[in-house]
Design a protein around this ligand. Sequence first.
Ligand code: DGL
Length: 289
Amino acid sequence: MIPAEIVKNAFNPEVGPIGVFDSGYGGLTILSEIKTLMPQYNYVYLGDNARAPYGNRSFELVYEFTLQAVEWFFAQRCPLVVLACNTASAKALRSIQQKNLPVIAPSRRVLGVIRPTAELVGCITKNGHVGVLGTAGTIQSQSYEIEINKLHPGLTVTSEACPMWVPLVENREYDKPGADYFVKQHIDRILQKDPEIDTLILGCTHYPLLMEKIKMHLPENITVVEQGKYVAESLRNYLHRHPEIDERCAKNRHTSYFTTESPEKFAQQASIFLKENIQSQKTVIDTIC
Ligand code: DGL
């Protein structure tokens, strides 16, 4: 027999899964940590693979694409959407929260990945020298500098854009010998800019897939900050502090996956990020707005 709670929620338009968004596969590294910490919830993941990568696109386009995705999640009844993409968090989150949400869905929430990472970095660095690696869009936006300076004013933050890293991951080249060149190049550059860096933020959700190579080319005394765990903990705290949102998040341990490109390709790639086999469905998001 289906539990009464599930039957009730199935017909309640206010109750739905937590949405997790990325331009492509990178957000799966975040989803994986969120699911480990909070397996009881329902999730819906959307990768805008047809238009990835976002990293080199203009502010206007990233904002437009991200807003389309957020509207798509709301059409799936998500009370809460996590932008598991630094580029979208850097370029679109604030506008969506301040301009769009009050008009299109005042009772729903959209959160990003930059603030939870910036919050924790102050406790990790010992000498106050922090490095940030990210896409060109994230680095140009200076979102990490702004957030870190707000929260931990004494820290020195040095950034480096790594425009080739997302394509290496999206094209499954992240563990091939060719990837070493680009990984070493950007690590050498950021350490030239500030040789005292003791904490390095991977400010792109694709980058954990390059971890093996990053560690290979990075001095051992530098702490590498992966976002997944911090974002998951921050989401759990958020839901704890906001029971009115939490009670609208469905909890049947179900996850569905959508992509704007080929579902077969998505399922195959996603299994690498998630270390489990999944099914995915194709969807269209640019007709929602
Ligand atoms: N995973 C996204 C991020 O964290 C990827 C960016 C892209 O699509 O270039 O920034």
